[in-house]
Structures are given as C-alpha cells and as structure tokens.
Ligand binder design. Structure first.
Ligand code: HPA
Length: 247
C-alpha cells in the first residue's frame, strides 16, 4: 500500500473511493489528521492531508515526525508527497509539474529527526540522494504513460514560511542552485529516510517565485487557486497511474 501526502490544494483526494478514516497516535503526538484509507485506480492507498483536512496547520507547525511515524507504523511500501511550490528557474512557470531530485534546506527550528534524546544513540543517515530513485522513476514513468509532462529533476529549496520569500532571498536560492521553492518538503523527506520509507515528491508549481516572471513586483495570491486547481487535476492523474502501475 502506498501513502500519498497531500499539500495545499489537495486536502482531500476526492478520487479516493470506499474511504474509511483512522485516527492514529504516535510517540511524537498526533499526525496532521486521521489517515484516510481508500482505493485509487482500484488500489488500496492511504492519504494524509499535511496541513490538516481544514487546511489549518501552517508549514512550520506541521508535526512531520508524527506524520512519517504513522506511515511507518502502517508499513507503507512508498510515499508520494505532493509539494506545492514556486518556480525559481525561469522555465519552471506556473502549471509545471516537477519530480525533484535534490533538496536545499533553509528551514529552522523544526523537529527534524527521530534520533535525539538520551535514549537514542547518535545516528546519521545518508541523504546524498534525498529522494527514492524507485519512487521517482515510478512517477516519471506514470506521467509518461498518461501523457502528462513532468520535469525530471530539480532542486527543491525548502524555506521556513509561512511568509513568502523576498526577491533577494529568491536570488540567493537561485545562486545556490535552487530550481523550485516550497515550505514543506523538509524535514519530511529526511524523516522518511530515517524511517526507512521510500519517498518521492511531485512538485506542483503554482507561481513564479518572488521577483521572477509575473511575480516581479508581488505574488498575487488570488491568482494561485486557479493554477493550483488546474494543475492538481493533472497531478492526481499521475498519482492514479503510479499506483496502478505499482500493483
Ligand atoms: N514560495 C514558497 N512556497 C511556495 C511558493 C513560493 O513562491 N508557492 C507555493 N508554495
């Protein structure tokens, strides 16, 4: 069974059928909401809305540890995270779907490891390739099979939020090599690695990042919903194909 973590724009996966919900508790507290089990393209999946089902949990307030721990407890065979983002690279404009292959983490003060406290020996995990090659391939092949274009490879820069970035911050991220920018990819991806879960993200670009393209002077938040809704439909098609292929 695969897990899907939905981001902004995907608080509810309406394509899910025969749903049932289960509240889970973890040593790290409660996940963002109840786990929703159901079938997608005839396959059993579990869905979790990262920001809560009412979209009330801000990126820095998400209990990433509880979310990932709960998925580990369910022994899911892979995690697909939907990551709404802004396009830093000029060619990654609104409506682009990307499967990132690298991460730069600009977040701070988030609970970002399972390995802490006096009971836990110091443990380092390898994170050279932060996403699972198998899950990335699954997404890219699924997109090709349903004729949805996705960009294979991008560096996802994760900022603290909840405010959007300044134009200078985006310039710096671009100099650092960031291609898209979002607020929730970390520590989620790192915790998945610590938990031994195969994790990949499907990035949904909903705006040009601050100072780029038509966001030169400001990011018009009222424009985002429209792009988001149109692009999420395509993302869901890829998700359906991905779980179908995974069997
Ligand atoms: N920056 C950070 N996170 C985002 C953006 C952005 O421009 N757009 C959507 N999520």
């Amino acid at each position: 069974m695969y897990a899907i973590i939905g981001g902004s724009g995907l608080a509810k996966l309406s394509a899910l059928q025969n749903t049932r919900r289960q509240v889970m508790r973890t040593p790290y507290g409660e996940p963002s909401g109840a786990m929703t089990f159901g079938t997608l393209a005839g396959r059993e999946v579990v869905f979790l809305a990262r920001h809560g089902y009412g979209h009330t949990i801000a990126p820095h307030e998400i209990n990433y540890r509880a979310n990932i721990w709960a998925l580990k407890d369910l022994a899911v065979s892979g995690v697909i995270a939907i990551a709404t983002c802004g396009g830093v690279r000029h060619d990654l404009g609104p409506g682009t779907l990307v499967v990132p292959d690298q991460i730069i983490d600009y977040t701070h003060s988030r609970k970002s490891t399972f390995f802490e406290g006096t009971e836990s020996p110091v443990t380092h995990v390898d994170f050279t390739q932060p996403y699972s090659a198998r899950m990335r391939r699954l997404l890219i092949e699924a997109a090709a099979a349903c004729d949805e274009s996705v960009v294979d490879g991008a560096t996802y820069a994760c900022t603290q939020g909840p405010r959007l970035e300044t134009a200078a911050e985006i310039e710096r991220i671009a100099r650092d090599g960031g291609d898209v920018v979002g607020m929730t990819g970390m520590p989620e991806a790192a915790l998945a690695r610590e938990a031994g879960l195969d994790y990949a993200a499907l990035g949904v670009v909903v705006n040009h990042a601050a100072g780029r393209g038509d966001s030169k002077h400001e990011i018009k938040l009222e424009d985002l919903d429209h792009v988001m809704n149109a692009t999420i439909v395509r993302a869901v098609r890829i998700l359906e194909e991905a779980v179908r292929r995974a069997g």
